[in-house]
Write a protein that binds this ligand. Structure first.
Ligand SMILES: [Cu+2]
Length: 72
């Protein structure tokens, strides 16, 4: 049985599809990430993962992309 976890964040600073791609690429590198839904329009980042994610790792990945994330 596989458990999936939903991890939701607010991301500030994104303005277009390139921003979304940058965030998705960095977050996808984290262990256990299965799906990344990110919207510049809503500022929402929804990560589906098979492993628990640490907020600090997600925030660091988004920072690497050039934006700021906060857990919702
Ligand atoms: Cu952009």
């Amino acid at each position: 049985m596989t458990m999936t976890m939903l991890n939701e964040y607010r991301v500030t600073g994104m303005s277009c599809g390139h921003c979304e791609t940058s965030v998705r690429d960095e977050v996808s590198k984290l262990d256990g990430v299965e799906q990344v839904d990110v919207s510049a329009a809503t500022g929402r980042l929804l990560i589906t993962s098979a492993l628990p994610l640490s907020d600090s790792a997600v925030i660091a990945a988004v920072d690497e992309a050039g934006y700021e994330a906060a857990r919702i």
